[in-house]
Design a protein around this ligand. Structure first.
Ligand SMILES: [Zn+2]
Ligand SMILES: [Zn+2]
Length: 253
C-alpha cells in the first residue's frame, strides 16, 4: 500500500493544502485538496473515502467531478456515513452550490454515493476497509485499512475516543502506522474540545491507548500555529514514534 500526502493541514493558506491522501493511484482518503492533483491523476480517481462532511475534507469533490467529467468513463464512488452523504447531497450538490452530479447524466451519473456503516467492512481493489466511528462534532469515522497482512489506520478529525483504540487493539496484527490529527496548540485546549479536535497534549493521551508502539503520522495542524504546534508535538512522550506529515510525503507499507 502506498499513501501519498496531497494535503495535510487544517486550514488553507498559500502552500498549505487541506486533508487529502492518495492511496495507490485511484483511491482518495478525504478530498480537501484533490484539485492539486495533475489532470491525469484526477481522471484516475475511482473511489473517495470521506471521514465526515466538513468542507475541509470534501471541497475537492465538486471540482474533481466537474474537471474529469468529459474524460471519465466509470462512476466516481463516494463512501461515507449516511448522515455525511445526506449533508453533501442536500448542501454541496444542492444545485445552488453545485450541480447534482449524482444524477448527471441521468442515464449514467458520474458520481455515486455509497453509504457505509461502523464496523461494516468492504473491499476496494483487494484492500479491506473498516469504518470505525469516532468522536467529532458531526458523524465521523476513521478508516482501518488492511492489504494482505499489513494494516494501517487513518484518523481524520477527532476528539477523545476510547472505543476507537479498543477496536484497533483488538484487530491489530501487523499495524504499520497511524495517521492522526492534531489541530490546535495546547493553549487552545478549550477550542479543541469545543470543536472536536486534538491538541498535542490530547494526542499524547490518545497514543497511550494504543498498545502497538507503531509510528504516528500527525497532520491537520492549523498553519497559523505551525511553529508552536511542531514544538509541542515533538515534546510529547513518544518523540521517536512521531512524524509530522508534509505535502508530497509518501508512506509505503
Ligand atoms: Zn471536521
Ligand atoms: Zn478537518
Amino acid at each position: 500500500m502506498k499513501i501519498k500526502v496531497i494535503g495535510c493541514f487544517g486550514a488553507m493558506i498559500n502552500g498549505y493544502h487541506l486533508s487529502c491522501f492518495l492511496v495507490n493511484n485511484n483511491i482518495l482518503l478525504d478530498a480537501g485538496a484533490s484539485m492539486f492533483l495533475d489532470y491525469e491523476d484526477q481522471i484516475a480517481i475511482d473511489h473517495i473515502l470521506i471521514t465526515h462532511s466538513h468542507l475541509d475534507h470534501t471541497v475537492g469533490i465538486p471540482f474533481l467531478v466537474d474537471t474529469v467529467f468529459s474524460r471519465k468513463e466509470n462512476q466516481i464512488k463516494i463512501y461515507g456515513l449516511f448522515e455525511c452523504l445526506k449533508a453533501l447531497k442536500d448542501n454541496l450538490f444542492s444545485e445552488y452550490i453545485w450541480p447534482d452530479f449524482t444524477s448527471i447524466p441521468i442515464s449514467a451519473p458520474k458520481l455515486g454515493f455509497i453509504p457505509i456503516q461502523h464496523l461494516d467492512s468492504f473491499f476496494i481493489n483487494g484492500i479491506k476497509i473498516t469504518p470505525l466511528r469516532i468522536n467529532h462534532i458531526v458523524p465521523t469515522v476513521a478508516y482501518f485499512l488492511e492489504e494482505g497482512d499489513k494494516q494501517f489506520l487513518y484518523v481524520g478529525d477527532m476528539h477523545h475516543t476510547d472505543s476507537l483504540w479498543e477496536e484497533v487493539n483488538k484487530r491489530a496484527k501487523d499495524l504499520r502506522g497511524v495517521i492522526i490529527e492534531t489541530s490546535f496548540p495546547n493553549k487552545l485546549d478549550w477550542l479543541a474540545k469545543s470543536s472536536g479536535h486534538l491538541t498535542p497534549s490530547q494526542l499524547e493521551l490518545e497514543i497511550k491507548k494504543l498498545k502497538e508502539p507503531v509510528p504516528i503520522y500527525v497532520f491537520h495542524m492549523k498553519p497559523m500555529f505551525i511553529e508552536e504546534l511542531v514544538e509541542e508535538i515533538y515534546s510529547i512522550k513518544y518523540p521517536e514514534r512521531i512524524k509530522i506529515l508534509n505535502q508530497e510525503d509518501i508512506l509505503e507499507f
